[in-house]
Design a protein around this ligand. Structure first.
Ligand code: GLA
Length: 647
């Protein structure tokens, strides 16, 4: 979705169609949503226990994709050894379709560009020979569609030679009205393993718009208005993706599929994506510019509690190979790759692999960095130090004995960055060993170590040392073991746009990407929901979880810890200083500990719960849910799991 003109043209039309839209305010959670479930409610459907890796056709070829180009990419993945490292996914994007056959609604493939699909017979065309070839190479096959009637290229790539053709109905190639039919076709008949589902069909085919009139499309009152969360029908968008998830589950009961939601971070997908799909885009399309990479990174980097094995924040495909990430920019290429690895983003490259330089293959082939991304525990890196120019991101590996840390210079001048042992939640007084995953050099320090980062440079280390919690783990160190069941937000907020950029579809014709409210209220590791330091009645906490009241977190106790402790209270940053809240800890559905009512200004209350033998811990904050007042900000200060009871 990247054309300048539509957005401004469509804006006026939105006003007239507003009556058709249902502004979606988040209702307060039903009382029973806070009741402990006693079982893991995080979704386990689909097959993405680690972030998907491989290749996607879009940024390399847009709609000018063809079979030779795709098979060429597949061959390089295998011949270079990248497939062995995990790059097994080969994903077709927009541009493969010819039309939807009117007699029976069956989709037809553009065989001019996919010759092996010309199988003839009553079906006309089939991708089965294509997916068979990929499977025989040890690879997996991905397909692309749209959740509405029409695809993004039909709005934004009108010059393309490969747009669907025929009557209005024949050009309706998206899932709307055909969910079961198309999903069965893709997954049962054609043998695909992965599907990316775009959402332009819900956003861009606006009644009365020039696009609809000129192209003779069937209009659809938009369910998504780009840039306006209040004018987006969040529930309706989610319901459509849920219907697809159900069809997929039925088509592939063995659970061997991946569902990628491509709603560009809109419709509050940051909250519900994990309950519906295996990955969900968190932002607009990446462009090959440094600032776009920063923007997309930011859109996913502050959401570690929403990702974990089976479900991943998706800041979009890696733009390695183009623009600011071409062969003349090795520092930027390594940074882009390292950052995506640290936040458990999908590692899907999208350049013409047949013609790329060996230097890119060396970057993609850095097995140490790939290993971070693919670590089975699935803990997304947490931004531990944050400024405009420099960031420190720390990712727990496995159960916490090892950490990865990235030091990132966002700016264009050299940046001094001092890494403290406590950024890593390691002891200040014991040696810390750092192994540089690019240079492979090791170094040791105690307390702190100073670095100077070149412009745009990212250093990535694996770090070992004496843990601050020798006998346990802070919950903020293991976001992949946490499911935010209810986040306590009442009204979906616009996204915090920390790094602002020229958005790819409107450039200077729009009002620009204006500064937005600096937080959306979702649960956070080591900060409040709005990014401040956790603090209760003047006592600050380096570690903890910040969340709104009327929320419920689930935590897997896979490591068999025996005790949970936390210092809990109303955070000093709360806008609502009037209402008291209570904190409760449950183990497998049973109440284990609770605080008295605590209010703004009440000293942190120490909670202790015996969790021996407990599989699922649930942390619930209850408060008055009066609609007039903003939710109370609650802090689970220093919340931790330790091995032996009786501290
Ligand atoms: C949208 C998506 C992109 C790509 C194009 C295809 O813009 O966000 O990733 O799939 O559509 O038209």
């Amino acid at each position: 979705m990247s054309q300048p003109r539509h957005r401004s043209v469509l804006r006026g039309v939105f006003v007239t169609t507003m009556a058709l839209l249902v502004a979606h305010a988040y209702a307060k959670p039903a009382a029973d949503a806070l009741a402990p479930a006693g079982r893991w409610e995080g979704k386990t459907d689909g097959s993405a226990s680690t972030p998907p890796m491989g290749w996607n056709s879009w940024n390399a070829f847009r709609t000018e994709v063809d079979e030779d180009k795709v098979m060429g990419a597949a061959r390089v993945l295998v011949d270079s050894g990248l497939a062995k490292l995990g790059y097994t996914q080969v994903n077709l994007d927009d541009g493969w379709w010819l039309k939807r056959r009117t007699s029976d609604g069956r989709l037809q493939i553009r065989t001019g560009i996919f010759p092996s699909a010309a199988t003839g017979g009553p079906d006309g065309t089939s991708f089965r020979p294509f997916t068979d070839k990929l499977h025989a190479m040890g690879l997996k096959a991905g397909i692309y569609t749209d959740i509405g009637r029409n695809a993004c290229s039909q709005a934004y790539d009108l010059h393309s030679p490969n747009l669907p053709q025929g009557t209005t109905a024949e050009r309706e190639v998206g899932l709307d009205g055909h969910v079961t039919q198309d999903i069965n076709l893709y997954f049962k008949e054609w043998g695909f393993d992965y599907i990316k589902i775009d959402a332009c069909g819900l956003a861009d085919f606006v009644p009365g718009s020039e696009l609809v009139k000129k192209q003779d499309y069937r209009a659809m009152a938009p369910l998504i208005e780009r840039g306006s969360i209040n004018r987006t029908d969040i529930g309706a968008v989610r319901a459509r993706y849920e219907a697809v998830a159900a069809a997929l589950k039925a088509a592939r009961p063995a659970n061997d599929y991946v569902l990628s939601i491509c709603a560009w971070g809109m419709a509050n997908v940051r909250t519900w994506g994990k309950d519906v799909g295996n990955l969900w885009r968190t932002s607009a399309d990446i462009t090959p510019s440094w600032t776009s990479m920063l923007h997309n990174f930011d859109s996913a980097a502050k959401r570690p509690l929403y990702a974990g094995p089976g479900h991943w924040n998706d800041p979009d495909i890696l733009h390695i190979g183009h623009g600011d990430f071409d062969a003349a920019h090795p520092v930027e290429v390594r940074s882009h790759f390292s950052l995506w690895a640290m936040i458990n983003a999908p590692m899907l490259v999208s350049y013409d692999l047949r013609n790329g330089p060996a230097s890119f293959l060396a970057v993609l082939g850095n097995a140490d960095v790939v290993r971070l991304n693919q670590d089975k525990a699935g803990h997304q890196g947490v931004v531990t130090y944050d400024s405009d120019d420099a960031q420190i991101i720390v990712k727990t590996l496995g159960d916490g004995q090892r950490k990865a840390v990235a030091l990132f210079n966002r700016g264009a001048s050299p940046a001094p960055v001092t890494l403290l042992a406590r950024h890593l939640k390691l002891s200040d007084s014991a040696p810390v060993t750092l192994r540089d995953l690019w240079s492979k050099q090791s170094a040791t320090f105690t307390g702190e170590k100073a670095f100077t980062l070149a412009p745009h440079e990212t250093l990535v280390f694996e770090a070992t040392g004496k843990r601050q919690l020798e006998n346990g783990v802070y919950l903020s160190e293991i976001p992949g073991s946490i499911n935010v069941a209810v986040d306590g937000t009442r009204q979906a907020q616009p996204d915090p746009t920390i790094h602002r950029m020229i958005d790819p579809w409107s450039n200077t014709r729009s009002g620009g990407s204006r500064p937005q409210y600096a937080g959306w209220g979702g649960a956070q590791a080591d900060t409040t929901p709005f990014g401040q330091t956790l603090q209760v009645a003047g006592q600050a906490f380096d570690s903890g979880i910040g969340i709104m009241a009327n929320s419920r977190l689930q935590v897997k106790n896979d490591a068999g810890h025996a005790l949970l402790t936390a210092s809990v209270g109303v955070d000093d940053s709360t806008e609502n200083t009037k209402q008291p809240v209570r904190f409760h800890v449950y183990g497998d559905g049973k109440l284990l500990a609770e605080s008295p009512p605590v209010a703004f200004g009440t000293k942190a209350h120490w909670l202790r719960a015996d969790i021996r033998g407990v599989k699922i811990i649930e942390l619930v904050v209850r408060g008055a849910a009066s609609d007039g007042a903003p939710p109370v900000v609650a802090t689970w200060g220093d919340v931790q799991l330790v091995r032996a009871a009786g501290r």
